[in-house]
Ligand binder design. Structure first.
Ligand SMILES: [Zn+2]
Length: 149
């Protein structure tokens, strides 16, 4: 029953008008929607007092639409950016490298995030120009936002 509803919804609402690239990208979401009973719109997806998903507008109890932001995938990316890191005034380049390479993975990510967080807004404007993104893998699996259960 749910599967039939999903297929009907796909054909009627979501697939028409999409490019081949988009259709291929959305195929990953089909895997999730094949288990559609797990991914129905619930009250948690609706605005207070509303009876539909606040993103895709599907009613509570029906599957989210393919294009709903409740579904996403992860692309593996690489980023390089220049920015001024705040370090003790007596540090040399070697001190900096020694410190940063001594951190474990979690600490390293936390320090990087804190470095960026410490930038003033005008510094973000300026150094943001230097950000270079690289997509290392675009074929991540579709993920439902509430898949933590
Ligand atoms: Zn939705």
């Amino acid at each position: 029953m749910i599967k039939n509803n999903i297929e009907r919804i796909n054909m009627k609402d979501e697939f028409y008008g999409l490019t081949n690239d988009k259709m291929l990208a959305l195929k990953a979401v089909q895997t999730i929607l094949k288990n559609g009973e797990k991914y129905l719109v619930t009250e948690a997806d609706a605005s207070k007092g509303a009876d539909f998903c606040f993103v895709c507008k599907k009613p509570i109890g029906q599957p989210h639409s393919f294009g709903c932001a409740c579904f996403h995938k992860e692309m593996k990316i690489g980023v390089s950016v220049e920015y001024p890191a705040r370090v003790p005034v007596y540090w040399t380049k070697d001190d900096f490298i020694s410190h940063r390479t001594s951190l474990d993975a979690r600490q390293s990510m936390d320090v990087f995030i804190n470095d960026l967080y410490d930038l003033e807004p005008e510094e973000r404007d300026y150094y943001g120009e230097s950000i270079k993104y690289e997509c290392l893998d675009e074929d991540g699996d579709a993920i439902f936002n509430r898949n933590s259960e």
